[in-house]
Design a protein around this ligand. Structure first.
Ligand code: BG6
Length: 489
């Protein structure tokens, strides 16, 4: 058994983590532009100014003071401002992706490049032009774009002046944004994803155990508004171009019971429902699952959900299912057991049977086969793994080589797991490992947490030539693609 003939091998990026050019050609600000760098143990900071003129910095994910506005301050370094300058290097980078044999490239559109504040009547033509050029460049090499419409970069204006996604007005602003994209890029794009890791809004409850009940309720409402906006986008895409395929994108929140104690098993079942299936069910089946009621009661949430919303959700079911997969965690009903197992937006107990990366994320290739089966047997629509990879410290040797056997090992085992899932009958159609070219880490803002097949000469403080170098994994992945996954050595 091997990968299907037309399997989409590729790689994935996101605008704010690679484009740079944060204030070029009319682009407006996003939260990431006022976010400093952190480390595995020190959170990134958001810099702000109060009406009094006083400035400050608040840890990422905690609300900054009321009335404060996010600002860029001279004394700080903001890694996303220049990132790896994909804005000016895209031709060179796409040529390297083509050399590896990519069939698909996942990227995102920066909303504030198209509508700088999110509220303008007319889109920014220079932003549209930039993405059209990228799509044309990809077409030259027969690389299919897979485009995320919103990847953690809502225009800052919308967050600050309108209160972000908890405000229903964003639904209609997103309508306008997606209408522009679907019309402008007709014939150039086939596959779209609406919101990156949409379920992360609920995963925050585990990830940030001290969240206030007010913030939790706010997240439920923001998520509901995004789910409605997403469903409306699916319907709109199909009406603009019946060729369009629109998928959901979820953070792969896979967890296991820590023991076979039935209390742990039940607790874990709930965790999977709350963190993953809550969103998946709405997006694939078009309505909230039965357990949503239990969840709203537990969290004392009164969701504002209109008849029209219910209709929208029903009419905007996604065509395919995608998710990121980095790690798994374990769940215990015993609150005294340490939550020391980290992962992507997840917190759980450590699993003694798996290994952990330098950033403490659990590595679990077998879990990917398990999870693919769970997802496909529940939803029965085509599946893509659109993020996966190992964030590691790489060394550029004097002769400009990067020897990264650890990355090859990680990816190889995950590809084997996907092969297993194909044997199980899962309709897996694409694999786009994360950060196919090194880029800025979303959680820490570091450059040294690298995922790529292509090394970018840039350090944590923004020093470097931005030159691109092929790592050993580049040649390995090229061979994997050329043999359609048959040669993984
Ligand atoms: C996912 C995001 O959460 O994980 C990406 O969709 C992110 O944007 C990726 O970069 C890896 O996380 P990190 O923190 O290592 O960059």
């Amino acid at each position: 058994m091997s990968f299907p003939k037309n399997f989409y091998w590729g790689g994935a990026t996101a605008a704010n983590q690679c484009e740079g050019a944060y204030n070029v050609d009319g682009r407006g600000l996003a939260k990431t532009d006022v976010t400093t760098a952190g480390t595995a143990t020190k959170p990134r900071g958001i810099t702000y100014r109060l009406p009094s003129g006083e400035t400050g910095i608040a840890p990422m994910f905690t609300p900054y003071p009321k009335d404060a506005k996010g600002v860029v301050l001279d004394e700080h370094y903001y890694p996303n401002h220049n990132a790896i300058d994909f804005y000016h290097h895209y031709k060179e980078d796409i040529a390297l992706f083509a050399e590896m044999g990519f069939k698909i490239f996942r990227m995102s559109i920066s909303w504030s490049r198209i509508f700088p504040n999110g509220i303008e009547d007319k889109p920014n033509q220079k932003g549209i032009e930039f993405y059209r050029n990228i799509f044309k460049e990809l077409k030259k090499y027969n690389i299919e774009p897979l485009v995320t419409i919103s990847h953690y970069d809502t225009p800052l204006y919308l967050e600050e002046e309108l209160g972000g996604w908890k405000n229903r007005q964003l639904i209609s602003l997103f309508d306008r944004y997606t209408e522009v994209l679907f019309n402008e890029f007709k014939g150039l794009v086939k596959y779209w994803l609406t919101f990156n890791e949409i379920n992360s809004l609920l995963m925050f409850k585990d990830f940030m155990p001290n969240m206030s009940s007010e913030d939790i309720a706010k997240n439920y409402q923001s998520l509901h508004n995004q789910l409605v906006a997403s469903a409306r986008a699916v319907k709109r895409a199909h009406s603009i171009d019946p060729q369009y395929q629109v998928g959901c994108m979820m953070a792969g929140a896979c967890s296991y019971p820590l023991t076979c104690n039935p209390a742990d098993v039940l607790r874990n079942q709930k965790k999977m429902q709350d963190n993953f299936y809550y969103c998946g069910d709405v997006m694939v089946r078009g309505e909230y699952p039965v357990f949503a009621k239990r969840l709203w009661e537990e969290d004392n949430v009164k969701l504002e959900c209109t008849e029209e919303d219910i209709k929208n959700l029903k009419e905007g079911k996604v065509d395919f299912f995608t998710f990121s997969y980095y790690s798994t965690t374990c769940t215990s009903a015993d609150e005294s057991i340490a939550k020391d197992g980290l992962g992507n937006f997840s917190l759980g107990s450590k699993n003694p049977y798996i290994e952990y990366s330098e950033w403490g994320w659990g590595m679990d290739p077998i879990g990917l086969r398990y999870y693919l089966n769970e997802i496909y047997n529940r939803y029965e629509i085509p599946v893509m793994v659109v993020e996966n990879g190992l964030g590691a410290i790489d060394e550029l040797t004097e002769d400009k080589k990067v020897h990264d056997p650890y990355r090859v090992e990680y990816l190889r085992e995950h590809i084997k797991a996907m092969e297993g899932a194909l044997e199980d009958g899962v309709d897996l159609i694409a694999y786009t490992p994360w950060g196919c070219i090194d880029l800025i880490s979303a959680s820490t803002g570091e450059m040294k947490k690298r995922y790529g097949f292509i090394y970018v000469d840039l350090d944590n403080e923004g020093n470097g030539t931005m030159k691109r170098y092929k790592k050993d994994s580049f040649d390995w992945y090229k061979k994997v693609i050329a043999t359609n996954g048959a040669d993984l050595d």
